[in-house]
Design a protein around this ligand. Structure first.
Ligand code: ADP
Length: 489
């Protein structure tokens, strides 16, 4: 099968979260299964030709793309994903993609990703390449299915091409003014009240994708169920219900070539489940690196996260003082909303011996935190899949999570009523989204941390879990098959 991926993030070129990890890995896993995968990504200015050894696709030439009434000239660069033969095409248009960030609040944000979607289709035309499936991801590529079917519907090349759309996070929908469809040359009737693009008088890219893709999925089974409810659906629940027969959940996997304590190139001491004591050396290195006391009897709680409401940090606002009283040390890596950055900064100022904070995005430090921490905390309000809890399991770093979305699907709560021998628990979780539940659950984890044989059992239970991409990639193949059958049907 031939699959073309369209995404705004692909690791290692551009990543702000899980989307980048997924698109950096899934295509490679599909190619290992014998399929042909291509990837499309904008060439942001951080993706330099020199650093990534990009080659200009001379045979494609300059592609004129119309946005509103302007024509922009697009060039295409290419390389392959590291250690693979998966081709990546970079859509190059400095006018739109030379910005300080991947995502902006600029008033042409819609145009940036309309150009991206149109450029993907036009590149495929010039390559005379007809994928069986175009796999779109999140709102940035949400208009691609309708563009493909209507604006480019005349092109026989795509007559057997189906579309699959993955929702990585329902919170980001791409909402713009009505003018957006005109700029994209999409039939303005679709912007009329109640039509596929319209949402409270505006245009919603995600809604358009939900109603126009052949198959839709999200990144865990529990999140797929949650999205059909008002509490989690963020206004999309009724559109998803309309598509319920075509809507699925597939858990993301982990890339164990990158996230594996036995071969992690970023950690000073590699280890496996048979020499777990080596993990302690990483704790020593981490405590030193983040300037915390070498208090090895206290559990070290790690957080690596975008500091946004979704991740549950408002629970800290009401419980910070009590959390700092727990018999533990803390290391936090992340950036995001100023109020949470300020909240953690204030805690560091007040409790410099207890908590250390790194504001920013540091890939290498994130690996050391996974390896050196004892507990990994993810108290998310909602979590489509979540990757760090999956990585933590492999690193013997016991996850403490809120039981929602992918966290519910991957972390099994330690059940005190069972004997150690038959226990399969891998971490600690809580359901009620309340500061007290967070404190109680962390306290429960800290109590077990002091019971070394039990703690080791929890660590080993997690380390032997296999969330590699292979299984999930096979499920995607089944999904692509469904999309093709449905489309052809
Ligand atoms: P989301 O996509 O909602 O941000 P995920 O758990 O799915 O959450 O994926 C987050 C990914 O981003 C993980 O690979 C995590 O290690 C990484 N990450 C998040 N924040 C940082 C940071 N500040 N520095 C380094 N890596 C980070």
């Amino acid at each position: 099968m031939k699959i073309a991926f369209a995404a705004s993030e692909v690791y290692p070129y551009a990543k702000t979260g899980g989307l980048g990890d997924v698109i950096g890995t899934l295509p490679i896993e599909l190619s290992k299964l014998g399929h042909e995968a291509l990837v499309f990504l904008p060439r942001y200015n951080t993706i330099t030709i020199e650093d990534y050894n990009l080659k200009l696709c001379d045979d494609i030439g300059e592609i004129p793309i119309r946005i509103a009434s302007n024509i922009y000239k697009v060039q295409v660069y290419t390389t392959t994903l590291p250690v693979s033969n998966v081709i990546v095409y970079f859509i190059d248009c400095p006018h739109y993609f030379c910005r300080f960030e991947i995502y902006t609040k600029d008033n042409d944000e819609d145009e940036r990703f309309i150009l991206f979607s149109k450029s993907i289709i036009e590149t495929l035309q010039r390559l005379k390449y007809a994928p069986d499936v175009i796999h779109c991801n999140d709102w940035h590529t949400g208009l691609l299915p309708v563009l493909l079917k209507e604006n480019y519907g005349w092109d026989k090349l795509f007559h057997n091409t189906a579309t699959v759309f993955t929702i990585h996070n329902i919170a980001y929908q791409g909402i713009f003014t009505k003018d957006t469809f005109r700029k994209a040359d999409i039939n303005p009737e679709h912007a009329a009240p109640g039509e596929i693009g319209e949402y409270y008088g505006n245009i919603n890219f995600l809604k358009t994708a939900i109603l126009t893709s052949d198959i839709i999925n999200t990144v865990s089974e529990t999140y797929a169920k949650e999205l059909l409810t008002e509490e989690f659906g963020a206004g999309m629940e009724n559109f998803l219900k309309r598509r319920e027969k075509d809507f699925f959940g597939i858990l993301n996997g982990a890339d164990y070539n990158i996230w594996n304590p036995g071969k992690d190139i970023y950690i000073p001491n590699q280890y496996t489940s048979s020499d777990l004591s080596v993990k302690l050396k990483n704790k020593t290195a981490l405590l030193k690196r983040v300037n915390l006391p070498q208090d090895k009897n206290k559990p070290l709680i790690g957080i690596i996260s975008r500091l946004v409401e979704q991740k549950g940090f408002n629970l800290f606002e009401d419980s910070a003082e009590q959390l700092m009283k727990l018999d533990a040390l803390w290391v936090v890596l992340g950036n995001g909303e100023p109020k949470y950055e300020e909240m953690f900064s204030a805690l560091v100022k007040k409790y410099p011996e207890k908590i250390s904070l790194y504001l920013g995005y540091y890939d290498e430090l994130s690996h050391l935190i996974e390896a050196g921490s004892d507990i990994f905390l993810m108290p998310s309000r909602f979590e489509p899949c979540g990757l760090n809890q999956i990585y933590s399991l492999k690193y013997g770093t016991v996850p403490v999570v809120r039981k929602t979305g992918g966290l519910a699907d991957t972390v099994e709560d330690w059940d005190e009523s069972l004997s150690n021998e038959i226990q399969s628990g891998t971490g600690f979780s809580f359901k009620d989204f309340s500061p007290q539940m967070l404190i109680d659950t962390l306290q429960r984890a800290i109590t077990y941390y002091k019971n070394k044989p039990t703690w080791k059992k929890i660590q080993l239970n997690g380390m032997c879990k296999d969330y590699s991409w292979k299984k999930s990639a096979e499920k995607y193949v089944t999904l692509y098959d469904k999309a093709l059958k449905k489309y052809v049907g």
